[in-house]
Design a protein around this ligand. Sequence first.
Ligand code: PAF
Length: 295
Amino acid sequence: MKIVHTIAELRAQLRGQLRTAFVPTMGNLHEGHLSLMRIAAKNGDPVVASVFVNRLQFAPHEDFDRYPRTLQEDAKKLEAEGVYVLFAPDEKELYPEPQEFRVHPPQDLGDILEGEFRPGFFVGVTTVVLKLFQCVSPQVAVFGKKDYQQQMIIRRMCQQFALPTTIVSAPTIRDLDGLALSSRNQYLSAEQRQEAPWLYRRLTQTADQLRQMLADQSLSLEGIARLEGQARAELKARGWVPDYFAIRRQNDLKPLEQADLLKSSQGAERPQMVVLAAAQLGQPRLIDNLEVDLD
Ligand code: PAF
């Protein structure tokens, strides 16, 4: 595996490659990231990974300075996965001057859920992803569904800018107890780590309740609001501080409307839903989601 730190070296390494599959990361790689590399390998050749902790997507009070930087260990793991090039630029390389041009996702997608509680986050993400795409010119790029809204926004960005990159979504990888793998899990104390899988269990319970309501035709907007409220109250009662626990449409992350329920009751189309949650457990903030699979 070649490790390159400059855009010029990267482009030289990838000259003539038409089927590059790309996985951008912020490093501190775990099994979840490695699963993305394997999916990339099935969708293209060569596989290129990047490691760059992107200052633009962190708010001033967030963990940019203490975000774990483990490039040597990351490189070993990527090499073992057969990654062809690791692009690991420093800040001066990617942002040699203040990044004044930025991508602003549409408000109705970028300012809800994560965007509401982390203002500017998706501007930072889409700006760096667009820039990385310009450097790598991938045919395919792989993003995890753990960051459900992120992969959706990036797919829309590619569509709207007619970028020649297909976004492949990858399933969330979980620990045996259900906790979604995340670099930030290492901020959890032993006690918090015990409690953390409860978030996924609560998502699962809500998804089951929704399926049941669909099956007995009792799904209503009030019922949806009740399920959301119950889950938020339970999170609070267990010591979490929820930002959101929301049942949304899979295709646009908007709340369901009466028309969605009507179509379903007429047997025309069952609403495709996803349950998304973000909550703080002490200092660490966890996010997770679950698509409500109807089959
Ligand atoms: O998901 C991440 O790790 C980051 O948001 C990404 C896509 C690498 C952009 O910095």
